[in-house]
Design a protein around this ligand. Structure first.
Ligand code: PLP
Length: 395
């Protein structure tokens, strides 16, 4: 036996830590911090609004009234009931409060959902381009992420045949995100239903990441569990982060079949046990209080979406699928020399604009950069001016 005190401090790391890929959004985040000056930051998905005042007031009152202790793993009953009511009212998804578990952001809900349903060696199907964290959720669970690149020439719409072909008896779950990060696409309900049917045939779950569900511009949004034939196979994930400008409060949830919800609550017990009690009271105020702030933020995002679409159409050699939801535009920059990471690096180094390279969202994203329009029209305009400058200089 080797003497543990003789080992170099980094020698004993579990293999899975080496298997984790760093998100290229975070890599750009670090590069932007090293940038000398104040770049136009169009890389992160954080609403540029303050959390609504009444939510902050509720949090303050909760802290003062002594709601400062651990809560049940699945969250305070009032909040679970409010989430169930919100899911029914806004998304048409019918669940009981007991079928909701409150977690530290959608991120924890997604990660624990994958841990709950995908065992070592099983597969998690991820249509891409997609939010990069899903891959690591699978890796941490010891499962294999199976990427299904969606066709760019169809604006990265969900292709049920392609995704269906990737689903086998080894598949534990398929992760569908609508509206999509990074493309802003809202998937057709028929396509989602077709994928859900195949998943059910193979005894697999659909993990429905609907954190941007309240931010759709051209179409009405309905939660996947409200219209597929097998709602009992859908794990619905939501969050206060994007809807209420509450990313730092870390408040999300998972709703769905009782055994999975209970397993997720149990899995969280040894790490965080519960979400911050103060954040839970803030979320309760967000969901049950006035919804005007949501409408105002959505209107601002829609105006910016229109502006981005108009401006991108004028830039030679650059285009993007029209974002139907969320606050991202996925720009095709394949005309520019280099990989999408090199394009993003050059945009930062030479033009002072921070974006996220498309290949960070899976191989389907190579040749693209993601631009977040969670920023003022002025700053977005400045960023697009510089992208336009780059497009002209390249010619
Ligand atoms: N799902 C998607 C598609 C996201 O883009 C994000 C955050 O960017 C999350 C989940 C995580 O959200 P939360 O802040 O609730 O953890």
């Amino acid at each position: 036996m080797t003497d543990a005190s003789q080992r170099p401090p980094t020698a004993r790391l579990a293999a899975r830590t080496g298997d984790l890929e760093r998100s290229k959004i975070r890599v750009m985040f670090d590069l932007a911090e090293e940038y000398d000056g104040d770049p136009v930051r169009l890389h992160v998905g954080v609403p540029d609004f303050n959390t609504p005042e009444h939510v902050i007031d509720a949090a303050e009152a909760a802290a003062r009234e002594g709601h400062t202790e651990y809560t049940q793993n699945a969250g305070i009953p009032e909040l679970r009931a409010a989430i169930a009511e919100t899911l029914a009212r806004e998304d048409g998804v019918e669940v009981s409060p007991e079928q909701v578990t409150v977690k530290n952001g959608a991120m924890e809900a997604l990660s624990l959902a994958v841990l709950a349903v995908a065992g070592p060696g099983e597969e998690v199907v991820i249509p891409t381009p997609a939010w990069p964290n899903y891959v690591n959720h699978a890796v941490v669970a010891g499962a294999n992420p199976v990427e299904v690149p969606l066709p760019a020439d169809e604006g990265f719409d969900l292709d049920p045949e392609l995704v269906g072909e990737a689903i086998t008896d080894d598949t534990a779950a398929v992760i569908l995100t609508t509206p999509s990060n990074p493309t802003g696409r809202v998937y057709d309900e028929d396509a989602v239903s077709a994928v859900a049917d195949v998943a059910a045939d193979h005894d697999a779950y659909v993990i429905a990441d609907e954190v941007y569900g309240r931010l759709t511009y051209d179409r009405e949004f309905r939660g996947m569990a409200s219209y597929v034939d097998h709602p009992d196979r859908v794990l619905t994930v939501g969050s206060c982060s994007k809807t209420y400008a509450m990313t730092g409060w870390r408040l999300g949830w998972l709703a769905g079949p009782q055994p999975v919800v209970d397993a997720v609550s149990r899995l969280g017990e040894s790490t965080t046990a519960c979400t911050s009690s103060v954040s839970q009271h803030a979320a309760l105020a967000a969901l049950t209080g006035p919804q005007e702030p949501v409408a105002e933020m959505k209107a601002a995002f829609e105006e910016r979406r229109d502006y981005v679409v108009e401006r991108v159409a004028e830039i030679p050699g650059v285009s993007c699928p029209r974002p139907e939801g969320a606050f991202y535009a996925f720009l095709d920059v394949s005309d520019f020399p280099g990989t999408s990471f090199e394009v993003a690096e050059r945009l930062l180094d030479e033009y002072g604009v921070v974006t996220a390279p498309g290949d960070g969202f899976g191989e389907a994203g190579e040749g693209y950069i993601r631009l977040s329009f969670a920023n003022s029209v002025e700053r977005i305009g400045e960023g697009l001016d510089r992208i336009e400058e780059m497009a002209h200089e390249r010619r």
